[in-house]
Design a protein around this ligand. Structure first.
Ligand SMILES: [Fe+2]
Ligand SMILES: [Fe+2]
Length: 481
């Protein structure tokens, strides 16, 4: 994808990233903040390059951005930014922003003011009209807005299905942003977690209505910064397991927040240590091992009711402790793990082991193999009963598994429509278009085959590692292609 990207396209993505970065830093910090200054100058440089031969418009149309009339191709590492930018535009009823030829001449102060107005617009009844009025009143002649086109809002025949994904997707990406914001701000002082709580409640609602979709979404591994995607995935899986064992709504909410925050302490560990693909030195391991305790320290700094804080510190503290109390941090403070700690322990290991990119291991495991490997540790690393429930919930081939079918074709496990039947999934057949791209094929429900002859019935032969077939399951769950 990115290696075939042309220069204008790369420029387009860089511009989108610069604009997004500026909008966010301006929202969070004062004008004189270093981050604001550098994000504005980055944006200005990009603008200069783009408008060198004339006006350029940034437009969104059917969930894609077009820059200067050219559609920006889907890029996995840009998915979160593109998604959030679409939200920013849509909520303000903006279809396109036109940057005029001389716009890079606008002063940094003027650009910051424009960005503040853009952010503030959301608080007004007709955001775009309000913003346009402000732009006309003052000197912002370098920028023009256009409304959203009607067909951006029309929903087609797949609208219900789309809404279901849309809602889940929205919460997924918002959760990434919320955790990032808390992680970045918590060391600077008190941060509230109202937004995180609201998102946790949304996640709980979706999990209660549609747990399998959330398990599918948790296959997203490499969108931007993996630590954050990992935290959301752990939160989703933990909440699904919590729902599977009938926890109350309030416990589910605490569990979700614990999942979101369990690796908060990792912001203090140097990135090169976190992402190192070779074996870690003893010193580096020691650094990693500090993260549960520093995570707790951060949670204690959060501006929230002490009763809530007390509910969300144990999970992050315990998530690297085994059921036999080995692991880290070494402690005499607790002699058994809390329910939340045990759940996060299971979902954290599963999430990390199913990530083929980051997890340091000699070989890749398919999701079904991960479950088998984990089962070997039942009663030692993991609570046996909970792990059993987890495996039952995930199914023999967990949602998101890529599998070889008995007719030789390749499929993606997308759902277990029957709550009580976890061996016969709904499978999306994937078809190679001959150019190395996988296209959606037919849907096959293994439990619903009318063919009586056993030999002709389709079944799953085995799981296939993602890296081997270069399929990213999350793309199919997100409908982002
Ligand atoms: Fe961790
Ligand atoms: Fe983790």
């Amino acid at each position: 994808m990115s290696e075939r990207e042309s220069t204008p396209e790369r420029l387009g993505h860089d511009f989108l990233r610069a604009l997004y970065h500026m909008i966010n830093t301006v929202r969070m910090y004062q004008d004189n903040n270093q981050l604001v200054q550098s994000s504005v100058s980055m944006f200005q440089n990009m603008l200069k390059e783009l408008t060198i031969s004339g006006d350029v418009s940034l437009q969104h149309h059917r969930s894609r951005f077009h820059l200067g009339g050219e559609k920006l191709k889907y890029r996995r590492d840009m998915a979160v930014i593109v998604y959030n930018m679409l939200e920013l535009f849509s909520k303000r009823d903006i279809g396109s922003i036109n940057f005029l030829k001389f716009s890079s001449k606008a002063s940094p102060e003027n650009i910051i003011m424009f960005t503040r107005l853009f952010n503030d617009a959301i608080r007004h009844e007709n955001p775009r009209q309000w913003l346009e009025q402000k732009l006309n009143e003052q000197d912002y002649s370098w920028v023009q807005l256009s409304p959203r086109q009607d067909d951006d809002t029309t929903v087609d025949s797949e609208s219900l299905e789309d809404q279901r994904y849309e809602n889940a997707r929205k919460n997924y990406f918002q959760a990434i942003e919320a955790v990032k914001e808390v992680a970045n701000k918590v060391s600077q002082g008190m941060v509230g977690i109202r937004k995180t709580r609201r998102l946790a409640q949304n996640i709980v609602d979706i999990v209660k209505a549609d747990p399998n979709l959330m398990i599918g979404l948790s296959t997203l591994k490499d969108y931007g910064d993996y630590t954050y995607a990992h935290s959301i995935n752990v939160a989703l899986l933990a909440t699904c397991l919590g729902k599977h064992i009938d926890l109350s709504d309030i416990s589910l909410e605490h569990l979700t927040i614990c999942g979101l925050f369990h690796d908060l302490g990792k912001v203090d560990v140097p990135k090169d240590v976190l992402l190192k693909s070779e074996a870690l030195t003893d010193g580096e391991w020691d650094m990693i091992k500090t993260h549960p305790v520093s995570g707790v320290r951060k949670i204690l700094m959060l501006n929230s009711a002490p009763s809530l804080r007390s509910k969300i510190i144990l999970g992050p503290f315990e998530h690297h402790l085994n059921i036999d109390m080995t692991g880290y941090p070494g402690t005499t403070f607790v002699n058994h793990l809390s329910l939340i700690g045990k759940i996060i322990r299971i979902t954290d290991v599963y999430e990390a082991m199913t990530n083929e990119r980051v997890y340091r291991k000699p070989k890749y495991f398919t999701p079904d193999q991960v479950l088998k490997e984990m089962w070997k540790e039942a009663g030692k690393s993991f609570d046996k009963i909970l792990l059993k429930r987890f495996i039952h919930m995930m199914g023999i081939y967990p949602i998101g598994s890529i599998v070889k079918l008995s007719d030789g074709s390749i499929g993606l496990v997308t759902d277990y429509p029957d709550e009580t039947e976890r061996s016969l999934p709904l499978i999306l057949r994937l078809v190679d278009d001959g150019k190395g791209n996988w296209q959606r094929g037919e849907m096959i429900y293994l439990a619903d085959q009318t063919i009586k002859d056993d030999a002709a019935r389709l079944n799953i032969v085995r799981g296939i590692p993602q890296a081997q077939c270069r399929i990213n399951p999350a793309e199919f769950f997100l409908h982002v292609r």
